[in-house]
Design a protein around this ligand. Structure first.
Ligand SMILES: [Zn+2]
Length: 252
């Protein structure tokens, strides 16, 4: 089990009393609104629903094990992807990343998956599908976003930082291939002690998308396609490589 009844009461109590000035440029305050048990195919979790004082986005945390006042908690920050997470789209690797991280967290001693309702790298569902339409005509992910007037990545992680603080997580090991996420969370006061790479082999439909992520957005992605697991420990595959080097890796 994750939280004790007493911890849940405490967390809810703190949230009720305490609406802060908010985090990030939007000054978002996300407080814990409700907590429930969530047995899942990935193990025993608690689901934590967050109240949001700025927009109507209802974010969620899935908590396994004792994470309150805990150090080195494995954390995955996942942005919602309706087509990938729910439908199993092969245009992206979202569902693979979601399942790999839930497996890893569920099988471990403790961990948190934050599920952020920022669809399509933060541009929203309708715009994401517009971008798909453009990509069907030959643009890559980044070009399509730019053509629609968005930056390559509109996601922002102040909400995630706030959620971790509300859960009273002290320090984390971040499961990610995205160096920007590390910088962004660090800027918002999260102590990251280690990076846990997520290794997921590309398929024929998402290979171009993943290569674009690596080449244009600086993601650290392994293209060997040999392993289907989350690597534990600090064993980065292409850490420190430039986007050009990463691109060259799988051209050869
Ligand atoms: Zn996706």
């Amino acid at each position: 089990m994750s939280f004790s009844h007493m911890q849940i009461e405490e967390l809810l109590d703190e949230s009720r009393k305490h609406l802060c000035e908010g985090y990030g440029r939007e000054r978002v305050c996300v407080n814990i609104a409700a907590v429930g048990d969530l047995p899942s195919r990935f193990g025993e979790f608690h689901v934590v629903a967050f109240y949001n004082n700025r927009d109507d986005q209802e974010h969620a945390a899935f908590v396994h094990g004792d994470v309150c006042d805990s150090e080195d908690v494995p954390v995955r920050v996942h942005s919602e992807c309706l087509t990938g997470d729910a439908i199993g789209s092969l245009r992206c690797d979202c569902r693979d990343q979601l399942e790999a991280s839930l497996n890893e967290i569920g099988n471990g001693e403790k961990g948190v998956l934050l599920y952020l309702r920022q669809e399509g790298r933060g541009i929203g569902f309708v715009n994401k599908i517009r971008a798909y339409g453009l990509q069907d005509h030959g643009l890559d992910t980044v070009e399509a976003n730019v053509a629609l007037g968005f930056r390559d990545d509109e996601r922002e992680y102040s909400v995630a930082a706030h959620m971790l603080d509300s859960l009273r997580v002290r320090s984390i090991k971040l499961m990610t291939n995205n160096p920007r996420k590390i910088d962004d969370l660090t800027q918002h006061g999260i102590k990251i002690n280690e990076r846990l790479p997520l290794v997921i082999p590309p398929n024929d439909s998402n290979r171009f998308y993943l290569e674009t992520k690596a080449a244009k957005s600086g993601h650290l992605i392994d293209f060997s396609g040999k392993e289907r697991l989350v690597e534990q420990g600090d064993r980065p595959i292409v850490e420190g490589a430039t986007p050009e080097q990463i691109a060259a890796l799988h051209e050869g």
